[in-house]
Ligand binder design. Structure first.
Ligand code: AP5
Ligand code: ZN
Length: 225
């Protein structure tokens, strides 16, 4: 997948590794990873008007309203750095967002290339979320066991402090998973019907899962990956 750019969507419940794999795909293709959760967290930190609205929903584990989220993505996709493509991580998450994305792609005159659904066993998701640490500055995700930073509590990339995400406590995770099942899971049928869905088994280490995603996209895969 090169030449005319690559436009991907990463789909899957909280903690399956969308952010982790999105960063690797971004480096592979040289295109931006657009994580709506990341953008909302930055807005919350900067206390922008959008951040103030988003915070109440995020803290409760609920989805931010569609109009806010769609407007945000529309604006982000208008930026020049998306000319050769993008990786949407965590968008769309509702039928209305999926329809809006279709309209955006129609206006661009190029289709999505693939929607990658990452599937992970529930017990492993709990392990990943409870051990997750996030850079407060650049939002790179780490895991205390499976993806530790070189220096404890310090981001390898930017030196920022590693923090626990406020919505990773058990009660909020339960709500986030329920929101996913109710509002986002139906999108798999939508994208399967469109011939775009690629289901990837995420029950393996980061590199192995990345190899599976590359294979699903028809990219050459190194031996053993
Ligand atoms: P968002 O930030 O998108 O959260 P999420 O979907 O719940 O996903 P996560 O970030 O929790 O997990 P991930 O799949 O990215 O996993 P990660 O790579 O970090 O959204 C947060 C909130 O923002 C939402 O609740 C909502 O309020 C709002 N929002 C966002 N988008 C929205 C939208 N479109 N509409 C409305 N509201 C929206 O990995 C998890 C951990 O596992 C890490 O520690 C990582 O190091 C580790 N790990 C990853 N891969 C592996 C592996 N293969 N093996 C072992 N460990 C691994
Ligand atoms: Zn950082």
């Amino acid at each position: 997948m090169t030449g005319r750019g690559v436009r991907l969507v990463l789909l899957g419940p909280p903690g399956v590794g969308k952010g982790t794999q999105g960063r690797l795909l971004s480096a592979l293709y040289g295109i931006p990873q657009i994580g709506t959760g990341d953008i909302f967290r930055t807005a919350v930190k900067e206390r922008t008007p959008m951040g103030v609205v988003a915070k109440t929903y995020m803290d409760a584990g609920k989805l931010v309203p569609d109009d806010v989220t769609i407007g945000l993505v529309e604006e982000r996709l208008a930026a020049a750095d998306t000319a050769n493509g993008f990786i949407l991580d965590g968008f769309p998450r509702t039928a209305q967002q999926a329809t809006a994305l279709d309209a955006m792609m129609h206006r661009r005159g190029v289709p999505l290339d693939a929607v990658i659904e990452i599937v992970v066993d529930p017990a492993e998701v709990v392990r990943r979320l409870t051990g997750r640490r996030l850079c407060a500055v650049c939002q790179t995700p780490y895991h205390v066991e499976s993806a530790p930073s070189r220096l404890p509590g310090v981001c390898d990339k930017c030196g920022g402090p590693l923090i626990l995400r406020p919505d990773d406590d058990e009660a909020t995770v339960v709500t986030r998973v329920a929101e996913y099942q109710r509002k986002t899971a139906p999108l798999t049928d939508y994208y399967r019907a469109a011939g775009l869905l690629r289901v990837v088994d995420g029950n393996a280490d980061v590199e192995t899962v990345f190899g599976r995603i590359r294979a699903a996209l028809g990219e050459p895969v190194r031996p053993g990956a």
